[in-house]
Each structure stands twice: as structure tokens, then as C-alpha cells.
Design a protein around this ligand. Structure first.
Ligand code: PLP
Length: 394
């Protein structure tokens, strides 16, 4: 039953009895929120991705927002990201009143293009409009070229937030994404379609002790109960201090228990996703589609399996036909700058042509751990049939 539903969507969770038992244990415990399971999940993730500090929050968007606040974004400041992403990667700057701009993508990896980033930085330096924060997005789970981005971050003095919502378990030059070797902060999302899930959930990773402390405060109203952090010490057992303006972006222990259990299954999930991706590559041979290219320095977590259609004009018909056959195709992403909200900020069609061209040709095929080999073969057979019907020259 869950298999049928999973089959018809591009991505979904894979829950086990172990996951369910972990959640039930918390429900029977004293702590539904602000309890010990959150720190256990944070420590488990730190160990896994080799980061010093982790801050679990209510979702990936909240994580991006807190990262922007902690790095000082505000009016008059600027954040740059990829147009080929979910809107949250850009919205986080707008929550702070900062400006957003984009760097177009590499048409093969579909990630932010480093040469275009460098060219834009040179121009921005001349104009005195360098970014304060860059948000590279590991699209589909494929890491961006972070060493190159870190080199530019040093040269042009901007901070880096890795949006690794797609990339829990991915590796860059044999280093786990999230280690923050090349970034100030890395952000994960645990939405059910992502690699591991907590229902809703997110996490920030950093190696910077001061940033971690600030993020911990910001997650919970800016309030501290630690006497050592108070201005004039405590006034009694009831006393707390609000040091800054924070939010309530806490994760619950219920969610953290699910996350911890899912984390223990991460290798199993990654192995299955990578197997399915390899099989797609073989099954799609000869069809007029081009999968997202890999990169020699990266091991993708394969959150998404996206292809570019050779005949973009057929995309809509193909999409509708595949949906009518209950194949869970999707499209990732509508370029963020084309959203009506971003048009009100002055962005126009033609601003980021590679992302726009990719969007016209893009199709996401189902990829998740509840997809069987037979489901996948059926999906490709349906794609082949739909391509034939549309006259795409199969
Ligand atoms: C899912 C996602 C987010 C937001 O995560 P939520 O947990 O849904 O808030 C941000 N960026 C990207 C690229 C995503 O895919």
C-alpha cells in the first residue's frame, strides 16, 4: 500500500518498524520537546558528517533563516544563490530585509556555475556591490565545487551557507557534505521527500563555536537559562534572559527520535538511491533524454533523478501522459527569479538563460527507497511509450 503511493510520487519517506518504535518511545517518555533526544540527534549527525556543532530546527527553511540572521544579513546586505532551487534558498534573505541576486547554472551539473560566479564577483567588486552571503545549492544531491567557492569566498570576503537540503550523505572530495570544511554553515532539510525525514525538520551544522551558540539562542526566542551567559547573573530558579530577538524554531523530541532512527539507516538509503540512479542511466540509454551530469569531485546523494528532454516542446504533454499512467514525474525547478514575487523585485525572463533553458527541458523521474526495480522498469517503459506517442523520435 505504501509502495503504491510511493510509486506514484517522485519522492517519499521510507519508514520502518524501528522508526515507528523510536517515535512511540518518546511519546511514552517525559519529554515531547526540549528533551534529551534532540541533542542525541544533533550529536549523531555531527559524528556522521564530521562537524563540531549541530542545531536541530523545525524545518530547512527555518535553518536557512537562522543562518542568515546569525551571519548578519539585514537591509542593505546581499545574498546570492542559484536560480535552480526551491524558493526558500532565496526567501531567507528577504525575511531579513536583505537583497537577493542569482548566479546562473552550469548546464550539465545544473549547479551554480563557478566561472559565472567569478565573473559576476569581478563585476560586483567594481560596482561596490559584492554579496555578503552566498548560498550554493547541491542540486539533486550533487555537491557544488566547494573548494573553488571557498577560494572565491576568501578572495571576495563573503560568507557561505551550503543549502544541502538535497545532500545528506553526499560527499565532496571524500569529505561528507556538512563537515563545513568549505562553508560557514551547512543546512539540511528533513522533509519527507528528502534523504532522511523527521516529518518536518531541519538542521544547521557549523564548526564555529560562536555561531553555534548564537544559532542555539536564535532557535528559541533568543532566551538563555544559563547563568554564565546572563548579563548580571541569575535572580533565582525561575529566571531567564532574552539576549536577542529569536524565534521559536525548535524541533520536537518526537521528530528528533524519528531523525535519529532514520540517520542509522542513512547508508542503506544512499546505497539504494545510488543503485536506482545507476539503473536509470542504463535503462534510459538510447532515449532522447540527458541525465544530470556527475562531477569527478562529488558523490551525489541522489535526492532527485532529473533529465533534460531533447525535445522540450513535448514536455507538458509528456508530463501529463506520465501522470495519467500514475508515474510520479515532477519538474525541479521553476527558476526562482521567474516567480511573480521575484518579478516584483525587478527580475525578468532572460536574466539567467541557462536555468531558464534547463527548466523548459526538465523532467524529474521517481527516485526513492520505496521504489522497487520493477516499479522503476515500469516507469521507464511508460516514459518510452509516452516519448513514442509524442513523436519525439525514439
Ligand atoms: C526542501 C528544501 C528547502 C526547505 O526545506 P523545508 O524543510 O521544506 O523547509 C530548502 N532548500 C531546498 C533546495 C530544498 O529542496
Amino acid at each position: 500500500m505504501s509502495m503504491r503511493r510511493g510509486y506514484a510520487s517522485y519522492g517519499c519517506q521510507t519508514l520502518s518498524e524501528q522508526d515507528i518504535a523510536a517515535v512511540v518511545r518518546v511519546l511514552r517518555s517525559d519529554w515531547l520537546t526540549q528533551g534529551p533526544t534532540i541533542a542525541q540527534f544533533e550529536q549523531g549527525m555531527c559524528a556522521r558528517v564530521r562537524a563540531r556543532h549541530a542545531i536541530a530546527v523545525s524545518n530547512g527553511t527555518a535553518a536557512l533563516h537562522l543562518a542568515c540572521i546569525a551571519l548578519g544579513l539585514g537591509p542593505g546586505r546581499r545574498l546570492w544563490t542559484s536560480p535552480n532551487t526551491f524558493v526558500a534558498s532565496a526567501n531567507c534573505a528577504r525575511y531579513c530585509g536583505a537583497e537577493v541576486d542569482f548566479v546562473d547554472i552550469d548546464p550539465r551539473t545544473l549547479n551554480m556555475s563557478v566561472p559565472l560566479l567569478e565573473a559576476k564577483l569581478i563585476e560586483a567588486e567594481r560596482a561596490g556591490r559584492l554579496p555578503d552571503v552566498l548560498v550554493p545549492v547541491h542540486f539533486g544531491g550533487l555537491p557544488c565545487d566547494m573548494a573553488e567557492i571557498a577560494r572565491l569566498a576568501k578572495r571576495y570576503r563573503f560568507a557561505v551557507i551550503e543549502d544541502a537540503s538535497h545532500a545528506v550523505g553526499a560527499e565532496y572530495r571524500d569529505e561528507p557534505v556538512g563537515s563545513c570544511r568549505y562553508a560557514d554553515i551547512t543546512v539540511f532539510s528533513f522533509h519527507p521527500v528528502k534523504i532522511i525525514t523527521t516529518g518536518e525538520g531541519g538542521m544547521l551544522l557549523t564548526n564555529d563555536q560562536a555561531l553555534a551558540a548564537k544559532l542555539g539562542l536564535l532557535r528559541s526566542h533568543g532566551i538563555t537559562r544559563d547563568a554564565a551567559e546572563m548579563r548580571a547573573g541569575t535572580e533565582g530558579g525561575w529566571y531567564y534572559e532574552q539576549a536577542m530577538l529569536g524565534l521559536n524554531y525548535r524541533m520536537t523530541d518526537i521528530q528528533a527520535a524519528l531523525g535519529l532512527s532514520q540517520l542509522s539507516r542513512l547508508d542503506e538509503f544512499l546505497a539504494r538511491r545510488r543503485t536506482l540512479a545507476r539503473r536509470y542511466q542504463e535503462l534510459l540509454a538510447g532515449l532522447p533524454v540527458t541525465p544530470q551530469a556527475g562531477a569527478p569531485y562529488a558523490l551525489s546523494a541522489f535526492h532527485l533523478y532529473v533529465v533534460r528532454l531533447t525535445h522540450a516542446a513535448d514536455r507538458r504533454r509528456l508530463f501529463d501522459r506520465l501522470r495519467s499512467m500514475e508515474i510520479g514525474v515532477h519538474v525541479h525547478y521553476i527558476p526562482v527569479h521567474l516567480q511573480p514575487y521575484y518579478a516584483t523585485l525587478g527580475f525578468r525572463r532572460g536574466d539567467f538563460p541557462e536555468a531558464e533553458r534547463y527548466y523548459e527541458e526538465a523532467l524529474t523521474l521517481p527516485l526513492h527507497c520505496s521504489l522497487s526495480d520493477e516499479d522503476q522498469e515500469h516507469a521507464v517503459a511508460c516514459l518510452r511509450r509516452a516519448l513514442l506517442e509524442s513523436g519525439s523520435g525514439v
